[in-house]
Design a protein around this ligand. Sequence first.
Ligand SMILES: Nc1ncnc2c1ncn2[C@@H]1O[C@H](COP(=O)(O)OP(=O)(O)OP(=O)(O)O)[C@@H](O)[C@H]1O
Ligand code: SF4
Ligand SMILES: [Mg+2]
Length: 373
Amino acid sequence: MSPRQVILEARALERRFVTARPLFREATVVHAVSGVDLAVEEGETFAIVGESGCGKSTLARVLTRLIPASGGSVRYAGRDLGGLKPAQIRALRREVQFIFQDPFSSLNPRMTVGALIEEPLRIHRIGTGPERRARVAQLLERVGLPAQAAGRYPHEFSGGQRQRIGIARALASGPKVVVGDEPVSALDVSIQAQVVNLLADLKREFGLTLVIIAHDLAVIRHMADRVAVMYLGQIVELAPAADLFEVPRHPYTEALVSAIPLPDPGARRARARVAGELPDPTAPPAGCRFHPRCPYAIGRCRTDAPQLSPRDAGGRQVACHRAEELALAGLGSVAAARSPAARKRFDLYRQARAAQAQTDQPPAEGGPIQQGD
Ligand SMILES: Nc1ncnc2c1ncn2[C@@H]1O[C@H](COP(=O)(O)OP(=O)(O)OP(=O)(O)O)[C@@H](O)[C@H]1O
Ligand code: SF4
Ligand SMILES: [Mg+2]
């Protein structure tokens, strides 16, 4: 099998935010993304996970040129995005699209659903008026909404339906890469599974490359081919999803997996937690940034920063001085220790997928139009 082409690539990527300080005090610099190297391959689902504030959204925004980098480079299809002019950035949007986390604030409430989905087609001058409207109807149907939804406004829809509208809008221009910043985390868990499955189906159908950010590792486990784990602006482990969850090789990944929240499946916005606070990103710890929270830290960890380097033939990369010697606990042991709730949580996505495969009917949540949540 020939290796897949790299479609989106970051090298030594940096993004800093300088925040103004009161009189006579220095401005502080937040190192939101620090020295990130990654290569997303065409056709894969690449996930980025990590605690709140670790830099996931910033990385996604820099990768898609929604905001510029402070250092390093991003290449899309071999082209450096650094020096793009505004018109070239607009042209890039046709091929690289973004799905936002909040389906309530990301859709302009004054535009009809039809106008919202048609907007990218207008911006990129795709098709005639009737062709665009036909495309809108087709996209609505494809995401599980009736064609007459085009004449209504976002507030007339539930959260899950609004996210379907956001997905239809993202797909309108025929992108090659879609980046979803927590595309399901604002939705109820039962609806999350439907939207996750819709994204997976659309990815196959449209030959998309997906970059997905999520807090919920169950979503990632279900969807992703490869996963990058971020900690305080850096990638600390990058591996095929199954390997990463079964046998983590970085202590922070182990902590995330062991902290997978396993409440009842109806719980909203379950989030991974790790003991201790994420350190101040304006003054990251010396050496390994994880050392103040790492139960395996040794003297060297306080002074030497470990580099992200290849650890096996399967493409795993880990940034830990002790990656070769530690035997860390993976999902198998965690799920066994926490069953039956653990299995229920992870089976939810598998069941939804199997049920959907058996029927050509659109998911129930995408049926009749409901009033907003
Ligand atoms: N516009 C900004 N100005 C200043 N600091 C910012 C800005 N955007 C992000 N940051 C800071 O950069 C760091 C990374 O933020 P980011 O939103 O990328 O994290 P995240 O991993 O997406 O978090 P969450 O999971 O909560 O969405 C945080 O410390 C955040 O406060
Ligand atoms: S380098 Fe040291 S502190 Fe960092 S994760 Fe590895 S063992 Fe822990
Ligand atoms: Mg974010």
